[in-house]
Design a protein around this ligand. Structure first.
Ligand code: NAP
Length: 261
């Protein structure tokens, strides 16, 4: 398979770094973006020479446009753009401040919107490309009240992703758009969540599922690049849990409360 150029936001650690490592091992060109240059450079040096590092804050539209321009300059074009940067929160709905909500929207929704709007014209010009938005199972099934505004932001991202997929499919059928919804992944996500004072206590998440490693999630994302699909839950248990939730929300929530007792 020919080498592809893949831009990954939030590539300085966690899932983004694992995707970068896996793609670089397979011979792809990888553009790694995040705010922390030193961490990006560490990921790049362990991923090999076909990497390029760009410091960018994805909550700023100008930074995301600069990331696109820099990636195209470095490798001559972009084949895949992965909106992976994101941040959680630990705050129940009734305690949310304006700043909490604004930050969740900025880092989890606007960041990906800026990415899609920045790269879509490039993909349209080439007649092909692949946008991958890393959302969360919580954006589909909101079963963790401490993550409230995060789940809401990911739900918004899910909607934008579905809508842009439909729009692009009509005019540019070779541009793919994929929504990826991981469950619990063993990264430092919880530690960096806004308002975090440590891990969320057991039971606060209504539907306990086995956690996955960043590498397991990365392998699924790489598969999706090879064989694009509309959306994917990375955790094999998620589909059945979501089906149970939508079949009977009241019953599901009552069961979750019992599990949390
Ligand atoms: N871990 C989970 O359980 C889990 C579950 C479902 C979905 N997800 C989603 O998976 C994605 C990756 O999460 P993760 O677990 O790998 O989290 P993580 O370990 O906290 O990594 C987050 C990454 O995003 C970057 N980032 C944060 N804010 C940014 C900003 N304003 N501009 C640019 N980069 C920014 C961070 O780098 P800098 O700090 O250097 O900028 C870091 O590279 C997120 O979208 C998350 O919502 C995670």
């Amino acid at each position: 398979m020919a080498a592809r150029t893949v831009v990954i936001t939030g590539a300085s650690r966690g899932i983004g770094a694992a995707i970068a490592g896996e793609l670089a091992r397979r011979g792809d060109h990888v553009v790694l973006a995040a705010r922390t240059r030193e961490a990006l450079e560490q990921v790049a040096s362990s991923s090999g020479s076909r990497t390029h590092v760009v410091t960018a804050d994805v909550t700023r539209r100008a930074d995301v446009e600069r990331l696109r321009d820099d990636a195209i300059r470095a490798f001559g074009g972009v084949d895949v753009w992965i909106n992976n940067a994101g941040r959680g929160i630990v705050r129940a709905v009734l305690d949310l401040t304006d700043e909490d909500v604004d930050e969740m929207i900025a880092v989890n929704v606007k960041s990906a919107l800026y990415g899609m709007q920045a790269i879509a014209p490039h993909f349209m010009e080439r007649g092909r490309g692949h946008i991958i938005n890393i959302s969360s199972f919580l954006g589909r099934v909101p079963v963790a009240s401490p993550r409230s505004a995060y789940s809401a932001a990911k739900a918004a991202l899910n909607s934008l992703t579905a809508n842009v997929r439909g729009d692009l499919r009509r005019t540019h059928p070779a541009i793919n758009v994929t929504l990826v919804m991981p469950g619990l992944v063993t990264t430092e996500f919880a530690r960096y969540a806004r308002g975090s004072t440590g891990p969320i206590p057991p039971g606060a998440i209504g539907s306990p599922m086995q956690s996955q490693t960043a590498e397991e999630v990365a392998a699924i994302v790489v598969d999706v690049i090879d064989k694009p699909v509309a959306e994917v839950y990375t955790n094999p248990a998620s589909q059945a849990v979501a089906a149970r939730y939508f079949a009977d929300v009241d019953g599901f929530e009552s069961g979750a409360e019992r599990r949390a007792d």
